[in-house]
Design a binder for this molecule. Structure first.
Ligand code: ZN
Length: 614
């Protein structure tokens, strides 16, 4: 429980927060390391247990410190100071640092495997020693996050440099310090986001901050050692501060992943952190929003392992049910999104003509894998941009093939038509061989040529004898697929029942039962917004529900008002709020787990609330 830290914005595991101390501090934040020993500072180090000798003396010192500092300063309780691999038995009264009592804001050094009490700030023990050890750094961090409250801040001491700050913030570190910037300065090391340089190896200074703008490397080398270190320190601190500001901007835009994918190339251990964190799918996924406001940019091989891509593929596998159709048509993706607005897809649709009602369309694409036509609007299907060279690497082909293979193993059709070329065709052939099915290929060298389109038209026409779908059924299938994708299998039946009608042109569909509107499709994200009547239809399913006590919420629901929340809820999910005296619908601001365990912050932005008359 914390009264002193509030998370305001989230971008995956990264967040922007506010430490509400004697002065308000915005995180990700860099502590001036030298200020840690001053009782006037907002964050104070209570010192090492080695220094005090006995627990009682440390306690006495802590009381004195609190008297001067006041309650609204975080005091990091006296700690044992060991490297992570030192045997903890040798520490003075080890494990007892968590027994200190102190009123006001507190921090504690988190020792792996040791239970901790509630604090506002947790210090990652020996973080600096974990540099270059991506596996241990990540397991220490995820271990801490599991133990501590989601609305407590994590401080990684003695590790921050301009090159690693983005990656460490991406993984969920909130607080850093200037130790490395200072010590580097005294070794003539010039820090940049692109790595460190020995000052005497530089021909020019690649920075225009106030420390660098009026000097050059040669003049600096000519200075006396102390003046040079002071100037260098000023630059090094400017460099981490500038990077922290950039990282905060990236978090605000929901684009820290894209930045971290580039920035991690500066050092192999940072690239290792990116790859290993992708393998920690549950840790990253549970914190990642269901949709973002901007484009997802996939530019490297790791992009296909990011949460949004893997989650999309998993949901197709676990939540999606294809409409009733006998013919599957596999199509290539288009640069323009949604695909159906592209020139090439217009041509395919025209070629199908009236026979389109017999066909179910699935689009093959990298890095998303496969996108059923019904989900082409749904984030990130209409929101990604990727590097197009015409060449697909082996991993890319393997990933997309696996998605297609999985789909075709689950869902059967009487005929599969593949209107594809190049890598798309290789993928289809690979999958067909692997699972022993046959596909009819209709493209003759170029998918949009007259001959290819004619062959597509004739092939589908000859096959079109089975089940067909009306225009309204196709619209309903879209709404059902989005409902299932968003809220889980079977939801489509509840939100788009047989007696429902669809109003509004594509993509602004609305589902009505009689005069009651249940949902609206939000074209921007390809997700559904629920009405109160929609909430009533959905509530029996027992999912995506935030339970509250017997009050009537207004505007926004705060975390302390949440009694229980579905652990499936992710930031930006549409949720139902249910209490004794009210039903409401809105958009989640944090994950279900976080709203249940947090004591501060907006849990749900409410859109509609109705009072239940008792
Ligand atoms: Zn500079």
């Amino acid at each position: 429980m914390t009264r002193y830290f509030e998370v305001q914005q989230r971008d995956g595991a990264a967040r922007i927060g506010k430490l509400l101390l004697k002065q308000t501090i915005r995180t990700p934040y860099i502590i001036d390391t030298r200020s840690l020993s001053s009782p006037q500072s907002p964050i104070i180090d209570g010192g090492s247990l080695w220094k005090y000798g006995t627990f009682e003396k440390a306690e006495e010192h802590l009381r004195e410190l609190r008297k001067i500092a006041g309650e609204d300063a975080i005091i990091i309780l006296p700690h044992q100071d060991l490297t992570p691999d030192a045997p903890h038995e040798i520490a003075p009264r080890s494990a007892e640092s968590s027994e200190f009592e102190s009123v006001g804001a507190t921090g504690t050094v988190c020792i792996s495997g040791q239970k901790v009490k509630e604090h506002d700030l947790y210090v990652m023990e020996g973080a600096g020693c974990l540099e270059n050890n991506a596996r241990l750094f990540l397991s220490t961090l995820t271990g801490m996050r599991r133990e501590i409250s989601p609305d407590a801040a994590i401080y990684a001491p003695n590790i921050c440099t301009p090159e690693n700050l983005a990656m460490l913030a991406y993984l969920g570190i909130d607080v850093f310090d200037s130790t490395r910037a200072i010590t580097a300065a005294y070794s003539d090391i010039y820090l940049t986001t692109a790595g460190k340089f020995h000052l005497d190896s530089l021909a020019e200074l690649p920075c225009r901050c106030n420390a660098c703008s009026s000097t050059d490397p040669a003049s600096m080398m000519a200075m006396d050692r102390k003046s040079r270190a002071m100037l260098l320190e000023q630059h090094n601190i400017n460099a981490i501060e500038a990077e922290a500001a950039l990282v905060r901007e990236k978090i605000r835009r929901g684009m820290l992943r894209e930045y971290a994918e580039g920035q991690c190339r500066v050092h192999p251990w940072l690239t290792a952190l990116l790859r290993l964190s992708d393998a920690e799918y549950d840790y990253m996924e549970s914190k990642s929003p269901i949709a973002r406001n901007n484009e997802l940019i996939a530019t490297c091989s790791e992009s296909q392992n990011r949460v949004e891509i893997v989650r999309f593929a998993r949901r197709i596998q676990e939540r999606y049910t294809p409409p009733h159709a006998d013919i599957l048509l596999l199509l290539p993706c288009s640069a323009k999104k949604p695909y159906s607005t592209s020139n090439s897809h217009w041509k395919f649709i025209n070629a199908l003509g009236k026979n389109r009602k017999y066909v179910h369309e699935v689009i093959i694409t990298s890095p998303l894998g496969i996108v059923p036509r019904e989900l082409e609007l749904t984030y990130p299907a209409a929101h990604y941009d990727t590097t197009v060279t015409g060449h697909w690497d082996a991993e890319e082909k393997e990933w997309v093939s696996a998605c297609l293979e999985n789909y075709l193993s689950q869902h059967r059709y009487t005929a599969i038509v593949a209107h594809v070329e190049d890598a798309y065709r290789q993928i289809c052939e690979m999958v067909a061989t692997r699972i022993g099915i046959s596909m009819i290929y209709t493209s003759l060298g170029n998918v949009t040529s007259q001959e290819s389109l004619k062959k597509l038209s004739e092939t589908v026409s000859a096959l079109s004898t089975g089940r067909k779908r009306s225009h309204e059924q196709t619209q309903k299938d879209l709404m059902k697929a989005v409902a299932d994708f968003q809220f889980g299998k079977g939801t489509g039946e509840r939100l788009v029942p047989d007696d429902s009608t669809i109003r509004g042109p594509f993509p602004k569909h609305q589902v009505f039962v009689g005069k009651k509107q249940l949902v609206t499709l939000i074209p921007q994200y390809g997700t559904l917004a629920i009405t109160i009547d929609g909430a009533k239809a959905l509530i029996g399913q027992g999912k995506y529900i935030v339970e509250i006590d017997d009050f009537v919420p207004r505007g926004s629901l705060l975390a302390p008002g949440v009694v229980d929340a579905d652990p499936l809820i992710r930031p930006n999910d549409e949720v139902l709020v249910s209490g004794k005296n009210a039903i409401a619908v809105g958009r989640a601001n944090m994950s279900g787990d976080e709203m249940k365990r947090s004591t501060r912050g907006v849990a749900v932005d409410l859109r509609h609330v109705i009072k239940i008359e008792g």
